[in-house]
Design a protein around this ligand. Structure first.
Ligand SMILES: Cc1cc2nc3c(=O)[nH]c(=O)nc-3n(C[C@H](O)[C@H](O)[C@H](O)COP(=O)(O)OP(=O)(O)OC[C@H]3O[C@@H](n4cnc5c(N)ncnc54)[C@H](O)[C@@H]3O)c2cc1C
Length: 414
């Protein structure tokens, strides 16, 4: 007879846990409290646009994700490696291209010549790249960390370069505005950015969990079903207790950790404001009156994101940056962002229309240094999710792998 497992939560970690449990011969019941799978990797269609819940990409450098997803069959397309960097100005905004010299040597040379920063910072980027490429995936989180800001300073980057390049890029990735995130997480992201692409699937970010779900053969999904755990192998659904050989909780509880939030604003425009397929960073993000970390045009990468003749623009504002300005309501954030965008695209902005203002309250776990010190040593074999490992799709997938291995080990001892 099949062994039975229950997984609570159909985000990417829960779905991967189901897949791994099936491979070990378990029949799985997957419970999801909402009406769809995918958790935070969620997309909706609105007026012909694909609107992801928050600007969200996948790094093809992630090793675990790479083993699972077929990027080709999802029609994934990549952003250019590097970034455009803007200095906003109401009359004449200035834009620099900062291309990855290792993958785009010719454009990389023009980055050196465009006077965005001194060649010494660019050489340091190259040296950092070399250093992280030599660290193994397992080694990234070993040892002790410091804040990302301290780390970048210790690598010799100048303050202006940190503020104008690393801060807008990594505040939009870590969803905090001080680069306080542990440097081991910085190394993880930087390593994956250096060796892979930032890609978007044709049908929106929810295509990843859907692809994973399509790989399940022996899993019964129950939507709109909230589960609580009674014991290591018992769950409660609608006041009824059910027993399983294994139970895995693939969602966080309120007391697991604090979280980081983000505002994502989507606009419809008659044409893309960007001339190349990069994301655009705000070099003035450290100034007190600036909110936007970065802007991207998903429809430049994937035309399916917008109807014919339109472009979809995604603007990222870290929640704590908005809070520092006392902005907590959608209309306040929208009006401050539109005001700021006048200094980015003084002409084009008049033709833009707001499609959506999203406030994603618990977008990422807010892990501190001691969390990273103990990464992978958790004795808790029954929960997975990015909150148990690190805040990324890769972190969520690895956490599922660890939880399944541990649960099987515990079940064998029972
Ligand atoms: C705006 C945004 C941008 C991001 N960008 C990136 C990026 O570019 N690259 C990257 O790698 N990562 C990114 N991430 C992070 C990535 O999306 C998450 O790390 C990952 O999706 C977490 O998956 P999870 O399975 O751990 O949790 P979740 O996706 O949160 O899934 C948990 C699921 O459990 C369900 N659930 C909760 N309680 C119960 C219950 N009691 N019973 C049953 N079900 C329950 C929830 O409804 C949910 O579906 C981003 C996240 C956000 C929000």
């Amino acid at each position: 007879m099949n062994k039975k497992a229950a997984v609570a939560g159909a985000g990417i970690s829960g779905l991967y846990a189901c897949y791994l449990l099936e491979k070990k011969g378990y029949a799985v019941d997957l419970f999801e409290q909402s009406d769809k799978i995918g958790g935070r990797m969620c997309s909706e269609r609105k007026s012909g646009f694909i609107i992801d819940r928050g600007f969200h990409v996948l790094q093809t450098g992630y090793p675990t994700a790479n083993r699972i997803f077929s990027y080709d069959s999802l029609g994934c397309k990549a952003f250019e490696p590097g970034a455009l960097v803007i200095r906003p100005d109401p009359v004449k905004p200035k834009v620099w291209r900062f291309s990855d010299p290792f993958r785009r040597p010719l454009k990389g040379i023009s980055s050196v010549l465009n006077l965005f920063t001194s060649p010494f910072n660019l050489i340091r980027v190259g040296l950092l790249r070399l250093k992280v490429s030599r660290i193994s995936d397992a080694g990234v989180f070993q040892g002790s960390g410091q804040s990302t800001l301290e780390f970048l300073r210790s690598r010799g980057f100048t303050e202006p370069f940190i503020k104008r390049f690393f801060l807008p890029l990594f505040s939009g990735i870590f969803l905090e505005s001080d680069l306080r995130t542990d440097s081991r997480m910085f190394t993880f992201v930087f390593k994956n950015m250096s060796r892979g692409d930032m890609v978007l699937p044709e049908d929106g970010i929810s295509a990843y969990p859907k692809q994973l779900y399509s790989m399940l053969d022996n899993t019964k999904l129950k939507l709109n079903t909230s589960v609580s755990q009674k014991s290591p192998n018992e769950i409660v659904v609608d006041d009824i207790t059910y027993s399983y050989d294994i139970v895995i909780r693939a969602h966080s509880n309120a007391d697991d950790n604090t979280t980081r939030g983000v505002w994502t604003l989507y606009f419809s425009a008659p044409k893309s404001p960007l001339k190349e397929n990069y994301i655009m960073l705000n070099s003035s993000i450290s100034l007190a009156d600036n909110l936007i970390s970065h802007l991207a045009v998903p429809s430049d990468i994937q035309p399916s994101y917008a109807p014919t003749g339109k472009s979809l623009i995604a603007v990222t504002v870290v929640e704590d940056a908005a809070k520092k300005r006392g902005l907590t309501h959608s209309d306040e954030v929208e009006s401050a962002v539109l005001q700021e965008l006048k200094n980015w695209f003084p002409e084009e902005i008049r033709t833009w229309q707001t499609l959506d203002v999203q406030h994603i309250n618990s977008a990422l776990p807010d892990h501190n240094a001691s969390h990273y010190d103990n990464l992978g040593n958790s004795s808790n074999g029954i929960s997975c999710g990015d909150f148990t490992f690190h805040g990324s799709v890769e972190g969520a997938l690895i956490s599922a792998l660890m939880a399944v291995e541990k649960s099987i080990e515990i079940a064998a001892r029972r």
